[in-house]
Design a protein around this ligand. Sequence first.
Ligand SMILES: Cc1cc2nc3c(=O)[nH]c(=O)nc-3n(C[C@H](O)[C@H](O)[C@H](O)COP(=O)(O)OP(=O)(O)OC[C@H]3O[C@@H](n4cnc5c(N)ncnc54)[C@H](O)[C@@H]3O)c2cc1C
Length: 375
Amino acid sequence: MRNIAIIGAGAAGLFAAKMLSADTSLRITVFEKAQKVGTKLRASGGGRANLMNTQIAGSCYNQPDFINNLLKTVDYEVIKTEFEKMGLRLSADEEGRVYPATLFSQTVIDVLLQNLGENVQIITDYEVKKLQKSTEKWQINDGKTLYDAVLLSSGSPAGMIAKNRQNYNGYLSDLKIKQKKLSASLVGFKLENYPKELSGCRARAAVTLLQNGKAVYSEAGEVMFKDDGISGIVVLNVSAYYNRLKTKENCSLSLSFLFDDESLDVSAHLKKFGDLSGLLHPKLNRLYQKKTFDLRNFQMKISGVYDLEFAQVCHGGIALSELDDSFGLCRHPGLYAVGEMLDIDGVCGGYNLFFAFASAYQAAKSILQKKVRRR
Ligand SMILES: Cc1cc2nc3c(=O)[nH]c(=O)nc-3n(C[C@H](O)[C@H](O)[C@H](O)COP(=O)(O)OP(=O)(O)OC[C@H]3O[C@@H](n4cnc5c(N)ncnc54)[C@H](O)[C@@H]3O)c2cc1C
């Protein structure tokens, strides 16, 4: 009987527990600090959980080579098959975003829990504060049980209020694991000279990230105007590319409200109709009447991004140089780290949950094969 611990019952931890429970010679204990499991998975995709994408590619992540390497062994089909084996029906929309067919995230949590074997125990309301080596095994919070392998799947503080973020993943500090500084990703932008009167407006626009006047990344879609900045899926994706910049100096956003109509002549339209009420949201139209601006290049300087509380994921986390191909921590045999606590972040569209499942799958496979790494 080998004892395995999993720290964190989120998407990655629950998926790994399901995979590991296939081996009845393992005794698996999942420690979860919250009262309920799967909190972020439940909140994902506005309660629908965009689980994956049929078009998973390295280019959708901050570390393309690492992901492309992972995809050689664990791709969309592998994870899809695992879910289908659990009895979860999936459905993909026309843009390749994959959801549970029920369009209800709780279904995924229920299915994962239903498929756990009797060799899995989940202990909720239990925070792991200390993880230390003891006679070639691992001990949690001075507990009596020694674990042959421990899977770290405790996520990131993205989406949490400041109080709950304090000392997040603090148990890593004694292990001296190299971590890349965390910052909010998939998050809205705060902008200088932002016209507050646009608050509440939604408009389709191409959003281009500029640094020193040069285009870094551009994407078109629905933009939501808030009190002091902008949000919406397209903006969240732009934030992922903003995070990847070495410095954040001289960055601005350019919005084109006419990106899908190159030939439209604004002056001719104004001459014919008197105003732009047939072209623009009334709030944008009023702003234009107050002070004309370029509808194809409405530029605002970036003053920062919204707080981590409003972010879907974190950029940064455990450095990939700490990992082997099976998500084992090279300097700590028996420890594995998966999911959002790693320095991997993807854009919107199911890429982050896919990574949580795929990394959990790979690590679980390695534990099942009883691979012992020694250095
Ligand atoms: C609002 C929102 C919407 C999102 N929508 C999508 C989407 O539609 N598609 C997508 O791909 N991604 C989405 N994401 C991102 C996605 O949810 C995460 O990337 C994913 O859930 C990460 O899974 P994880 O298992 O690594 O971490 P988590 O799901 O965060 O799980 C970590 C678990 O560990 C527990 N834990 C932490 N520390 C300890 C400790 N010391 N001891 C014990 N337990 C601990 C936590 O309580 C938590 O339950 C969204 C995120 C947010 C916030």
